[in-house]
Ligand binder design. Structure first.
Ligand code: TYD
Length: 131
């Protein structure tokens, strides 16, 4: 988890993110998940080389992570906290609150060949000690 700068202001708060400073990569892509219906699951993949950084810009959701050794479940619910995900972390996202928005900063352009979408294939690759 990364604590992002927060400029408190009676007119409304402001948080900013700089690539290479608050996130350990240059930002090549930004995407966001929104209008997520109740009960929906997102994620369900690991990335071979892309680094990502997730922020609950609005509302909240859960991210369940697996790195080949342990599982961790994280509740993201503040727009000034970010979750850094290096490559080869399996992630599942659920429990999106109504109106929530998940902002994702990514180190690469979208590349469907960078994905493991099959959990068993991901586990096999980890077991073989390669990407
Ligand atoms: P997907 O990775 O399945 O979403 P999630 O993991 O959040 O459930 O992506 C959904 C669709 O959007 C899929 O068809 C690929 C497309 N997509 C892009 O075209 N560009 C992107 O940057 C992303 C993240 C997805």
């Amino acid at each position: 988890m990364v604590d992002l700068p927060k400029i408190n202001d009676p007119r409304g708060n402001l948080t900013f993110v700089e690539g290479g400073k608050h996130v350990p990569f240059a930002i090549q892509r930004v995407f966001y998940l929104y209008d997520v219906p109740g009960g929906a699951d997102r994620g369900g993949h690991a990335l071979k080389s892309c680094h990502q950084f997730l922020i609950a810009i609005s509302g909240s959701f859960n991210v369940t992570l697996y790195d080949g050794k342990e599982n961790q479940r994280i509740h993201l619910n503040r727009s000034y906290y970010g979750l850094y995900l290096p490559p080869m972390i399996w992630r599942e996202m659920d429990n999106f609150s109504s109106g929530s928005v998940c902002l994702v900063l990514a180190s690469t352009a979208y590349d469907p060949t960078d994905y493991y979408r099959d959990y068993n294939e991901y586990l096999k690759t980890l077991a073989e000690g390669k990407k």
